[in-house]
Design a protein around this ligand. Structure first.
Ligand code: UT7
Length: 331
């Protein structure tokens, strides 16, 4: 049973953000808000908006290509593609299949995974299972979102928060003591009503045009989600560190979901971690949901903030409600 000895880790990362920048000042022209409110309440200064001709698969392909290049593998080497998204091109074909075709990953299985903003962390944990079981070698995980198409641009409480983007990582076998050290996934479906995108499913059938259109946008009880976020980030960290047999100080870099700088700062304070040990780029991209963790990871990597042997803590939380954490030693 050699499969039990296989360690999964990250072989390469990449990301892509659309060119168009929408600054807080631009949103002032759309809704009754201002740069000062958005900056102090969220830390967001600007976000990226996909071009009219761009959909989730387009962003995901760019991020995926960059991750394959970074990993030094070809499209034909990919065994499985998992796409974490809440804004797929359509219900089916899955965005993963669209990307599989366009990237030319002819030997890969492909599916979408729905865990909202926690999607990338969930998908990473799924990837780890296939690799350590010996089923697959190279798993391409992509988080890609075009939230600008599903927010109500007349609702100031949500439209200021989100942005478009994609991030990706190639997971595969790694040597020595590198790779995944521990993971945890959680869900709290009882809180599902706090954050919903109630459209296009079986509950609200297609064809009920007016009511569907009125509800085909993100709806959020911001304060409640905020409380949930700070709670599970802490709990998730404690749990995954205990499982990994590591102390807080053993973590070199935390890569949290980017929803609000206040959530990240609250976490840093509670965990007594210096902000230098936490990646925060919410100011530039807003909340890119399933793309936010790999986007932040890729940025930190490109900035030279990650070196071989570093212990990373990926932290996700979001609709479902869901959360997840993974400690990964960088190969
Ligand atoms: O990725 C999924 C997870 N999502 C999150 O983690 C989001 C978590 N929640 C949050 O980040 C924060 O709750 C928000 C940023 C969404 C909101 O910040 P808040 O400090 O909780 O503000 P609030 O919703 O309590 O609103 C405070 C006031 C309200 O006015 P009144 O009732 O006090 O008069 C709002 O109407 O701010 C008003 N407000 C705004 N004012 C100017 C709400 N949105 C805006 C706005 N501009 N854009």
């Amino acid at each position: 049973m050699t499969s039990h000895a296989i360690q999964a880790g990250i072989l390469g990362v990449g990301s892509y953000t659309p060119e168009k920048v929408l600054a807080n000042k631009d949103i002032e022209k759309l809704v009754d808000t201002n740069d000062e409110w958005i900056t102090t309440r969220t830390g967001i200064k600007e976000r990226r908006i996909a071009g009219n001709d761009q959909v989730a698969s387009d962003l995901g392909i760019e991020a995926g290509l960059a991750a394959l290049k970074d990993a030094g593998i070809n499209a034909m080497d990919v065994d499985l593609i998992i796409v974490a998204t809440s804004t797929p091109d359509m219900h089916y074909p899955s965005t993963a299949c669209i990307i599989q075709d366009k990237l030319g990953c002819k030997k890969a299985g492909a599916f979408d995974l729905a865990a909202a903003c926690t999607g990338f962390v969930y998908a990473a944990v799924v990837a780890e299972q296939f690799i350590k079981a010996g089923t697959y070698k190279n798993v391409l995980v992509i988080g890609t979102e075009v939230y600008s198409r599903v927010v109500d641009w007349e609702d100031r409480s949500t439209c200021i928060l989100f942005g478009d983007g994609a991030g990706a990582a190639v997971f595969g076998p790694v040597a020595g003591d590198k790779g995944f050290k521990a993971t945890t996934l959680g869900s709290e479906g009882s809180g599902g009503d706090m954050l919903t995108l109630p459209c296009s499913g079986s509950r609200i059938p297609f064809g009920e045009t007016e009511s569907v259109n009125a509800r085909a946008v993100v709806q959020m009880q911001g304060r409640e989600v905020y409380k949930f976020a700070v709670r599970v980030m802490e709990e998730g960290t404690e749990e995954v560190l205990e499982k990994a047999g590591l102390a807080k100080d053993d973590i070199d870099l935390v890569v949290p979901h980017q929803a609000n700088i206040r959530i990240i700062e609250h976490y840093a304070k509670k965990m007594k971690l210096p902000m230098e040990k936490i990646v925060a780029n919410v100011d530039k991209y807003g909340n890119t949901s399933a793309a936010s963790v790999p986007l932040a990871l890729d940025e930190a990597y490109k900035q030279g903030r990650i070196k071989s042997g570093d212990n990373l803590l990926l932290l996700g939380f979001g609709a479902g409600l869901t959360w997840g954490a993974a400690v990964i030693k960088w190969a």
